[in-house]
Write a protein that binds this ligand. Structure first.
Ligand code: SF4
Ligand code: ZN
Ligand code: ZN
Length: 321
């Protein structure tokens, strides 16, 4: 097959748009979508200047998504003094898995000459995910602990590093899976939370002072295309799965979505188009509750309880609960 744009050999077929693309036209098309998303979400503020740049902290895990996001952001803003990029990598204490992906992050940051910060659960909370998974004091899946710890570090370090935005590498498949899971769980608060992650909604209002605004510039790019981009650009991405990965439900949803997408190309895009509108409406109607957040008695983080979830879990893991 020939590339529909330039006539050279195509390397991929995007069923949802019908296009066959060669390597060059494919990478351009991914980059174009990411830049368009950044523009449409208003991630670059009008008032950023070379003297007072907007600082963007990128959650850099070393997996293909965050590596591709970092590379495209770097290439796009390298010459733009209004934007400052910092890669933030979190080591959860998972032997044989995270060490290799941290190496990928260090290699990428070196290649791109990017400021890079590494934070560990061990230093922050005195825990390793391998031990948490084994001890499991709350009888939960490892990811349930890990997600709380990760969010805490991302928020805190974004603040410490003076971040104006926190950017993560969620792709279209991740987002469509989450959307579908939230629909199926029937929890409007969860649906409203979508606006924590996309600028222009929730973040612009009451929560802005409490949480660093998020952006997900890859959310229009399907997972398969992110992987192909990493391959074509020869990026140092780490692809092994975490040994504690346990989101069985997400796996089922992923299978379902891939089947739907193959029978009805464009399904993921249409799910997200409807979901974003719904999330905005849900956020509007639930916004009142957001102002009620108090401070955690232990660490001062915003929470609607006396002790935040992170402090509760750290204490549970320490055997103090
Ligand atoms: Fe943590 Fe689960 Fe991700 Fe492993 S798969 S790093 S345990 S959230
Ligand atoms: Zn081409
Ligand atoms: Zn706390």
């Amino acid at each position: 097959m020939d590339c529909d744009k330039c006539g050279t050999d195509a390397v991929t077929h995007l069923a949802y748009s019908g296009l066959h693309l060669c390597e060059g036209c494919f990478t351009q098309s991914v980059e174009k979508r990411v830049r368009k998303r950044i523009r449409e979400d208003g991630v670059v503020p009008d008032d950023a200047t070379p003297e007072d740049p907007d600082t963007w902290v990128i959650g850099l895990s070393g997996g293909k998504d965050s590596v591709v996001l970092t590379k495209i952001l770097h290439d796009t803003f390298e010459q733009d003094p209004r934007i400052e990029l910092i890669g933030l990598t979190i080591h959860e204490g998972i032997e044989g898995y995270r060490d290799e992906s941290v190496d990928a992050c260090v290699e990428l940051a070196d290649d791109l000459d990017l400021r890079h910060e590494l934070v560990t659960y061990e230093d922050e909370f005195g825990v390793q995910m391998d031990d948490v998974a084994e001890d499991d004091p709350e009888g939960m899946a490892p990811c349930a602990y890990c997600g709380v710890f990760r969010r805490d570090i991302l928020e805190r370090y974004a603040d410490e590093l003076g971040a104006d935005k926190l950017l993560t590498g969620h792709n279209l498949d991740d987002e469509a899976q989450t959307a579908l899971m939230n629909f199926l769980e029937g929890n409007p608060r969860q649906i409203a939370k979508h606006f924590d992650a996309s600028l222009g909604g929730f973040d612009d209002r009451e929560t802005q002072e409490t949480f660093v605004p998020r952006a997900k510039p890859l959310r229009d790019v399907p997972e398969k295309e992110v992987a192909l981009y990493a391959h074509v650009e020869n990026l140092p991405a780490h692809i092994t799965e975490c040994p504690h990965a346990s989101e069985a439900y997400r796996g089922e949803i992923q299978e379902l979505l891939l089947k739907l997408e193959s029978n009805h190309p464009g399904t993921r895009h249409s799910i997200m188009a409807g979901y974003e509108q719904l999330a905005e409406t849900a956020a509007d109607s639930l916004r009142d509750g957001v102002d009620d957040l108090g401070e955690c008695d232990r660490c001062g983080a915003p929470t609607d309880r006396d002790v935040c979830r992170k402090c509760y879990l750290v204490e549970a893991v320490d055997g103090e609960v």
